[in-house]
Write a protein that binds this ligand. Structure first.
Ligand SMILES: NC(=O)c1ccc[n+]([C@@H]2O[C@H](COP(=O)([O-])OP(=O)(O)OC[C@H]3O[C@@H](n4cnc5c(N)ncnc54)[C@H](OP(=O)(O)O)[C@@H]3O)[C@@H](O)[C@H]2O)c1
Length: 227
């Protein structure tokens, strides 16, 4: 497992770059995807500069980044998730895991970030599950993690990650969480629970503003056995 590449589509943005830094730091191979290969290469260079010991960090076009990557994280704003998935769909193969991190924030229609939109399928994750090729498992994760905290490599992230999807696939994504100091993967059950997790992000954005926490507030669940 440790030799497997993690692809991050839209890994040129704040959240994807943060995950790329953390996974590279943990010794995992990372492929950063972008619509423009130059942007991806630039982001990969930035990661290698910050994590000189990184095993392998490559920048590729999104459609090339998904090749040979057992886990593909979709890290683009909600309004672009469907288009981005459609652009790489032909390259995805059964057995791959597609991680949905998007949140249907009302910013997608020019409204505020403290509210979510109704999605016909129920959530961003379920929308992606409806669009993904057969045999590709969609798992929902990382929506409540702050990009600022991911990028602050010297500090633990201190956040629980509720991971939802089919059991074997969600277990693999929970294992990814354990690579990042402070992150804890929590078994979030079936994919429709993404509806709840995605909505929490809008709540967190409001809390960040009211409590003036520029680096982002996270969540912790208490009382979990074995915690
Ligand atoms: N930022 C956070 O703190 C945070 C926290 C939790 C969850 N999230 C979620 O993580 C995801 C990424 O967030 P982010 O803040 O990193 O987003 P972002 O920086 O606004 O965008 C990420 C990437 O999306 C790509 N993109 C932009 N416009 C696009 C378009 N029209 N079509 C296709 N791709 C486009 C861009 O990559 P290229 O131009 O290189 O293709 C961009 O670098 C979102 O779904 C967000 O809800 C973010």
């Amino acid at each position: 497992m440790s030799n497997e590449t993690i692809a991050i589509l839209g890994g040129t943005g704040d959240q994807g770059l943060g995950l790329a830094l953390r996974f590279a730091k943990a010794g995992r191979r990372v492929a950063i995807g972008s619509r423009k290969v130059e942007r991806a290469v630039e982001a990969a260079e930035q990661v290698r500069k910050q994590v000189p010991e990184a095993l392998s960090v490559e920048g590729r076009e999104n459609a090339d980044a998904v090749l040979d990557a057992p886990i593909v994280i979709l890290s683009v704003p909600f309004e672009h998730v469907a288009g981005t998935l459609k652009a790489v769909r032909e390259r995805l193969v059964p057995g791959q895991i597609l991680v949905s991190m998007g949140v249907p924030l009302a910013t997608a229609i020019g409204d505020g970030a403290v509210r979510t939109l109704g999605v016909w399928q129920g959530s961003c994750a379920e929308l992606l599950a409806a669009l993904a090729p057969e045999g590709v498992e969609v798992v929902s994760a990382f929506q409540n993690v702050s990009a600022h905290r991911l990028q602050a490599l010297d500090a633990p992230v201190e956040c629980d990650v509720v991971v939802s999807g089919a059991p074997a696939a969600r277990r693999r994504v929970m294992d990814l969480c354990a690579l990042v100091p402070g992150l804890r993967g929590v078994d979030g059950g079936p994919l429709p629970n993404a509806r709840i997790v995605e909505a929490i992000t809008a709540l967190l954005i409001g809390l960040n503003a009211r409590y003036k926490v520029a680096d982002g507030i996270g969540i912790r669940l208490t009382g979990l056995p074995g915690a």
